[in-house]
Write a protein that binds this ligand. Sequence first.
Ligand code: PAF
Length: 281
Amino acid sequence: MQICRSTQDMRDWRKDAGRVALVPTMGALHEGHLSLVAHARDWLDDHGGGRVVTSIFVNPTQFGPTEDLAKYPRDEDGDIALLRRAGCDAVFLPQVADIYRPGAQTHVEVAQLGGMLMGQLRPGHFRGVATVVTKLFNIVQPQAAAFGEKDYQQLTLIRQMVADLDIPVQILPVPTMREADGLAMSSRNRRLTPQDRAAASVLARGLDGAQAQIAAGDELTSVQDALRAMLASEPRADIQSIDIRDAADLSPVTAITRPVVILLAVRFGDVLLIDQRVAHP
Ligand code: PAF
């Protein structure tokens, strides 16, 4: 597996790499990321073959001033070992100074999708995501890139961005991998205390219940009330937001007449967890 530690290394490797599928990550890799790598590989196999590149970059511009960038888990050696085992062809590990050079003036903002929901809870977050993903696309020049459905708003926003800016990258959505108790896999789970880790399974139970209610034809308010009550029954859960939105464009809904996505953001201690579920009436 090729290790590229700078933009120049990556560009040099890219020249002869042929078709490429990118898996953008912030490291602290787990089974969920390996599933992104596997989906990227499958896509390449279906398109005549090629190379999978995983980027590992803890992007400072998507963290707010009150969010602890320094506490984000990092495990470069462990990540490289996992990617080797997963059959990844190259890993891109740039330094912050290589991605954000002094004097830069340009950023990418997906106005509406970036300002709603998590964008209100974390101002500036999606501007940081859209900017770094655009830069990664420009450096790696992939034909496809895999993103997890767990970060549903991020996935929706990236799709909008590539359409708006005519970026020739196919976006591959990848279903969420879950622990045995239903907790969505996330690098942040490593920072949960054992008590919070056990309590966090309430998210998946809440989503299961809401999905079943929607499938049974229950009304929006009754789904929302039951979900809030279920989450509130866990004293360690500090609910930040519960939203039910149109699954296609995240616009607000007043009744459930087409597929919706249920979006949760809940704190356990100082760890903010998000999860989602698409539900069909
Ligand atoms: O989902 C993530 O890990 C990050 O937001 C991403 C897409 C790698 C951009 O930094």
